[in-house]
Design a protein around this ligand. Structure first.
Ligand code: SAH
Length: 329
């Protein structure tokens, strides 16, 4: 294949690891490439596309080398595809690649172009396999302490467990890292019910796919490995007919049993009565009725200085809600 005059680095997210779940652009980027760099398992997945190309197989721990090799080849005018599973920007090669590029003096004006090709990340694919667990606020936390200090990871686990996020745990366990998932469970149990639903997806959309439903108090005993993603529900998540579902919140506004009629005090297309403005009115009323800042902070589980500052803020915002909102429901 003839090298293009200007090289290019393409960071290709190939999805969970099955050809059907790769995007068109991921395929065409690999087809377009002169050089394909990636972890052996992922190269195997796209074996049909890499025939006749220069292929650089690297192991997990050689991420920076991979980025350096990509830059060297691109400087020679080659198009390089760096393959990541899932999305290249989610615990993938996109970050390390930009770091290496910046270190080498690269800027967006450089003749070497960079394109990031998004892919379905493990949390998307694993969620799709178990139902609809991410329909409300969620976050991802990697339990890998290879590059992140444990107190940082633990602090994040504690914060999101307290804040009732649905959580996807990446890199939950490996041959050498077995204690992290136990500690994650310990931190979560301080804030969440023992029977909080947990789904463990191993090798999603791959040949050895395995899905297990369990609960927070038993999750550390489950079969978890390098290729597993652990999905922990929030306080409203439930499992029915083998499907894990996190309610979107429609039941707060509509009576689901009653054919979907709007609940008293609520209006379609407007914030909930307990949305920001309704809540501000309530806090002010409670304050006027004698509840002090400390009591209100405890009652609403928010910091005292935040409660104090909303009480001190001028009232005008309350009258500002005259136009309908853009979001539905
Ligand atoms: N860039 C990838 C994540 C790489 S970190 C992405 O966006 O998905 C590696 C971790 O991703 C694994 O430890 C596992 O937690 C998760 N993972 C990747 N592929 C998976 C799959 N097919 N099934 C389940 N989990 C997967």
């Amino acid at each position: 294949m003839t090298p293009t005059p200007h090289g290019k680095i393409m960071l290709v997210g190939i999805g969970p690891g099955n050809v059907e779940h790769m995007t068109q652009r991921a395929r065409s980027a690999i087809e377009e490439a002169d050089v394909v760099i990636g972890y052996v398992t992922y190269i195997k997945l796209v074996a049909d596309l890499v025939e006749g190309k220069e292929v650089i197989r690297k192991s997990m721990t050689e991420e920076l080398d991979r980025a350096v090799s990509a830059l060297e080849a691109a400087r020679q005018g080659k198009k390089v595809a760096l393959i990541s599973s899932g999305d290249a920007g989610v615990y993938g090669m996109a970050g390390p690649t930009y770091e290496v590029l910046f270190q080498a003096g690269w800027t967006p004006e450089d003749p070497v172009q960079v394109e990031i090709i998004p892919g379905a990340s493990a949390l998307n694919s694993c969620a799709a396999l178990v139902g609809a667990p991410l329909t409300h606020d969620f976050c991802a936390i990697s339990l890998s302490d290879l590059l992140t200090p444990w107190p940082t990871i633990a602090r994040r686990l504690d914060a999101v467990a307290m804040a009732d996020f649905v959580v996807a745990l990446y890199n939950p366990k490996s041959g050498r890292r077995t204690r992290q998932i136990v500690e994650a469970q310990r931190l979560f149990l301080r804030h969440r019910r023992a029977d909080t639903p947990v789904a463990i997806v191993k090798s999603g959309y791959r040949r050895r796919q395995k899905i297990v439903f369990t609960t927070l108090d038993s999750m550390a005993d489950a079969d978890i490995g390098m290729l597993s993603t652990v999905l922990i529900g929030n306080s409203n998540t439930f499992v029915r007919h083998g499907l894990m579902v996190t309610p979107r919140g429609y039941a707060n506004k509509y009576d689901m049993a009653d054919g979907g009629s709007t609940r008293e005090g609520e209006r379609p297309g407007r914030s909930l009565s307990t949305g920001l403005l309704g809540w501000l009115e309530l806090v002010k009323l409670e304050h006027a009725e004698g509840a002090d800042v400390a009591t209100l902070a405890l009652r609403h589980r928010l910091p005292q200085d935040y409660i104090a500052s909303v009480l001190a803020a001028p009232d005008e915002a309350v009258e500002a809600e005259t136009s309908p909102e853009e979001d539905v429901a």
